[in-house]
Design a protein around this ligand. Structure first.
Ligand code: SF4
Length: 493
């Protein structure tokens, strides 16, 4: 090739900032792995160690010892001029107290709500770059047996089943409040992830792809992310050099990647065949223009994220739940049926921490199950009927139509999980007067966003205006029900 021909070669296209960030991730795999292993160590210490420490003193605070002193109820009586007076002795939290509180705060106050937010904003970067369980299962798979993935494991209903079981079980054993319960659920999930990694695949994340209890939720939320790894098929096909296959840990066919749903945004494929680019996109694009979800995904959205999750967030703040449980207890006592009022025999069956004055009875366990079950069936059932009815009228796929509810479900999850953040901050003495306004704004955004998506989905399938109006009115009904439930939680109860 002469210098003359070089003169006429087009300059390579300049890659934008996002694309360069993706390329940086591909080139600095070592730095990402180092960060993953630091998080793994941090995670293992925080999930395991607090479970073997005593329950923190009720006055112990993580950051603020002053606030603990001001609200101390540790009285010392003395005689002063014939009158009793109370001296408040500040409680100095020990390192054990603080470690247990730190683990609670990080896991439930920061980790979960902000992982949900990060997926809404950046796709599944959490999975591909930060998740300790993903790092461990991939490591185990790299050094394990490397067996083929069995057919039963590829069933796409596992994320739905696992989400239901872990959410409900977590409520029964008070996973947010006690490190033993957190160790059982989070640690149990980690052990299962490592075992699955060791058994199946070679250097892959079989657990994350098929079994992780939150992978279905993350897959739904990632559809809204305004960034994704985009594959330019024309550039891929035009690339003339031989390339080795991409080491995609969640086992994706990168060439045919259509969206952010299953992509863990690990960046390993960025720049591959000059065709894969980290790019910006419309947050509505994958929902309005992408393929419909599977039936299990749609059911997870309707019954899991909008039903079970709402029931789990609600029961402890609902005064009707307390009154109903009390009425049943009196009814049982009047009939001399006392065994349902006996205490839980073990903390791993139902919450049982006598040292913290927190022991569930069998009736408590049954009441929680009944409450979550009723909310799930009522809210999820009504949503399914409304979405199904609208889809029938519009001649649309009900699963695709259900996707319009994703913003409401996702922002609802963030709002529900951040209730723990607010509890922790209030315990540290922060009044948070702005919180009701922020919650109102987020709820309004979620409702408006879902309403907009619903209209877009219906318009794409319904040419007749009269049908569109009726179908849309039907489709909006779940928004009213779910929005109303959140209003009860934040402003009425
Ligand atoms: S397609 Fe696979 S390799 Fe590429 S970013 Fe997503 S998870 Fe990583």
């Amino acid at each position: 090739m002469t210098s003359h021909t070089l003169h006429f070669m087009p300059p390579p296209p300049r890659r934008g900032r996002l694309a360069r960030l993706g390329d940086w991730m591909a080139r600095h795999r070592g730095a990402i792995l180092a960060m993953q292993w630091i998080i793994v160590v941090f995670y293992l210490v925080l999930v395991a160690l607090p479970a073997f420490l005593p329950h923190p003193h009720p006055e112990a605070r993580l950051f603020s010892s002053d606030f603990g002193a001001a609200s101390s109820v540790d009285p010392t009586f003395s005689v002063d001029g014939g009158q009793s007076r109370v001296e408040k002795i500040p409680y100095a939290a020990s390192w054990r107290d603080r470690l247990v509180l730190l683990a609670q705060y990080l896991f439930w106050g920061l980790w979960w709500p902000f992982v949900i937010l990060s997926i809404l904003l950046m796709g599944r970067v959490w999975c591909g770059v930060l998740c300790p369980e993903g790092a461990l299962t991939e490591f185990a798979s790299r050094h394990g047996r490397g067996g083929p993935i069995p057919k039963w494991l590829r069933w796409n209903g596992w994320p739905l089943v696992a989400f239901i079981l872990t959410t409900v079980y977590g409520q029964l054993i008070s996973v947010y409040d006690y490190p033993q319960a957190a160790l059982l659920i989070l640690g149990g999930s980690t052990v299962a992830a490592v075992a699955v990694g060791w058994l199946y695949g070679k250097g892959k994340r079989v657990w994350c792809r098929y079994l992780c209890p939150v992978s279905g939720v993350f897959a739904l939320l990632a559809r809204l992310a305004p960034v994704h790894f985009r594959v330019d098929r024309a550039a891929w096909d035009a690339y003339r050099q031989r390339t080795s296959a991409v080491d995609c840990a969640p086992l994706l066919d990168v060439k045919h990647l259509k969206g952010a749903t299953q992509c863990h945004a690990c960046g390993r494929c960025s720049g591959h065949r000059d065709a894969v680019t980290l790019s910006a996109r419309s947050p509505n694009g994958e929902i309005l223009g992408g393929p419909p979800p599977t039936t299990h995904e749609a059911l997870l959205l309707i019954f899991g994220m909008l039903g079970i999750a709402l029931g789990a967030f609600q029961w402890s703040v609902n005064p009707w739940f307390v009154r109903g449980r009390q009425a049943v207890a009196e009814w049982l006592v009047n009939r001399d049926i006392l065994w349902p009022l006996t205490d839980s025999p073990a903390w791993w069956l139902l919450t049982a921490y006598p040292e913290a004055n927190d022991v569930f009875t069998w009736l408590d366990g049954a009441a929680i199950l009944a409450y979550i079950g009723i909310v799930t069936l009522a809210l999820g059932g009504a949503t399914l009927l409304a979405v199904g009815g609208a889809a029938r009228l519009a001649g649309a796929d009900w699963r695709r139509l259900a996707l319009g509810l994703t913003p409401l479900a996702g922002i609802g999850l963030f709002l529900g999980l951040s209730m723990m953040t607010a509890t922790h901050l209030r315990a540290e003495g922060h009044a948070l007067p702005w919180l009701p306004y922020l919650r109102g704004a987020l709820l309004g955004l979620a409702l408006a966003w879902s309403a907009w998506l619903g209209l877009g989905l219906l318009r794409a399938d319904t040419p007749r205006r009269s049908r569109l109006v009726v179908a849309y009115a039907l489709w909006l009904m779940p928004l009213t029900a779910v929005g109303g439930s959140w209003v009860l939680v934040f402003y009425v109860w």
